[in-house]
Design a protein around this ligand. Structure first.
Ligand code: FAD
Length: 384
């Protein structure tokens, strides 16, 4: 019997993991990824440099046999270290011991590890291939390479893991409206860097914590990287009265603001001006869809189906959980993909909606950190 072929669009975090899981269950999997191969060209970032990996994501990695490899390259975070404007910083632990922790992982490193694993499982990876359009009746897609040259390709079962701006979603929506609703948060983010320390200590601040500088309507957070640096993210209203990214257009204005509002953090970021002026302001939205699939021909997964705001650190974790459920359903349903896709949406959509709501709530809680520190730290872990 010939192996059933599945065409995946997007070889990011979710696409690469799903590809490996499907290949291990006997499917013939091909992946088309817009960007060049990060293992050769270097990882072309764009979004958060590191991410919090939590139990639900880790469980998916265990299923794929990859958890240990990933944890070897991760930094344990035991709780949140809150830095108030005045007074001492304090660690709010996620649990009584190190069985209840989350992990900081590099997005690029994780993506490359997952691509290696997919390839080792027999997946065919095509880089520099961007989905342009999909003809669901003819079961053909059009791909463009980096020079813009287009070609068409047969694809009878399509899965879109092509992220929040999914091209497959747009093609599916043209074919049959998916009931999409995008709710912008109104706040943006900018990434800055605390470099490794120069003395005996590798890290400039406590490495085993997720750092938060809560300031009411806005905040900074910092996650550790294995080589000793921290990625700092400033979350702030995109527009409107001070402080917003409108009123802080450059490092001069932002430097003055940091001196007032983040006086202990600013000295830790020696390249503040360069980082602030060269890094873009990212936007944040929640995506809701009524339909995640078109019968058995096309399905969306991960951010392509349910992009959320990052305040529970759950987007990737939730997408990883999706991959295990979908791979099991497809393996069980054999060739009835319509049934598997419908069941996937039935199982996963309520979870995705709940996490989307919690992520929105947690922004307010993190910014205000915190009326009941222990309760909030536990909540963060529970979802993560
Ligand atoms: P993506 O990671 O967006 O990958 C999509 C892939 O598809 C990319 O490789 C892209 O190049 C490719 N692609 C796009 N268009 C096409 C096309 N037309 N053709 C072919 N390929 C295409 N989640 C957590 O769990 N923990 C965190 O701590 C966390 N922190 C975050 C912080 C920030 C600031 C942000 C913005 C997000 C954060 N997230 C976090 C969410 C997480 O980044 C996403 O949920 C996750 O990346 C989703 O993975 P994905 O594979 O679905 O999409």
């Amino acid at each position: 019997m010939t192996r059933q072929r599945i065409t995946l669009i997007g070889g990011g975090l979710v696409g690469a993991l799903l590809a490996q899981l499907l290949a291990r269950r006997g499917f013939a999997v091909e992946v088309f990824e817009k960007r060049p191969d990060p293992r050769r060209a270097g990882f072309v970032g764009g979004r958060s440099i590191n991410l919090a990996l939590a139990e639900r994501g880790l469980q998916a990695l265990r299923t794929a046999g990859l958890a240990e490899d990933v944890l070897e390259r991760a930094v344990m975070m035991r709780g949140r270290m809150v830095h108030p404007l005045e007074g001492a910083s304090g660690l709010q632990r996620y649990g009584v011991d190190d069985s209840e922790v989350i992990w900081s992982v590099s997005r690029g490193g994780l993506n490359m590890l997952l691509l290696d694993a997919a390839e080792a499982a027999g997946v065919t990876l095509h880089f520099g291939q961007s989905l342009v359009s999909a003809d669901l009746d003819a079961k053909r897609i059009v791909l463009a390479d980096e020079s813009g040259t287009q070609r068409s390709h047969d694809a009878s079962v399509l899965i879109g893991a092509d992220g929040a701006g999914s091209a497959l979603r747009a093609a599916m929506d043209d074919y049959q409206p998916l009931g999409a609703r995008v709710e912008p948060l109104g706040h943006g983010y900018k990434e800055l860097e605390i470099p490794p320390a120069t003395g005996a200590e590798r890290f400039a601040i406590e490495p085993h914590a997720l750092h938060i500088w809560p300031r009411g309507g806005y905040m900074c957070i910092a996650l550790p990287n294995t080589e000793g640096s921290f990625t700092v993210t400033l979350f702030l209203p995109a527009h409107g009265p001070h402080p917003s990214f409108d009123t802080l257009p450059d490092s001069r204005a932002a430097g003055a603001f940091f001196r007032e509002d983040f006086p202990d953090l600013l000295p830790l970021i020696p390249h503040f001006a360069e980082d602030y002026d060269s890094h873009p302001v990212g936007t944040l939205s929640t995506l809701y869809l009524d339909r995640w699939h078109i019968d058995g021909r096309a399905l969306l997964i991960g951010d392509a189906a349910h992009a959320i705001v990052p305040f529970h650190g759950q987007g990737m974790n939730c997408g990883f959980e999706d991959t295990v459920v979908l791979a099991d359903l497809l393996a069980e349903s054999r060739r009835d993909t319509a049934d598997a896709f419908a069941e996937f949406q039935r199982i996963r959509q309520p979870n995705a909606n709940a996490i989307a709501a919690m992520a929105l709530e947690n922004y307010i809680e993190m910014r205000d950190s915190v009326a009941d520190p222990h309760y909030l730290a536990k909540r963060e872990l529970g979802a993560r």
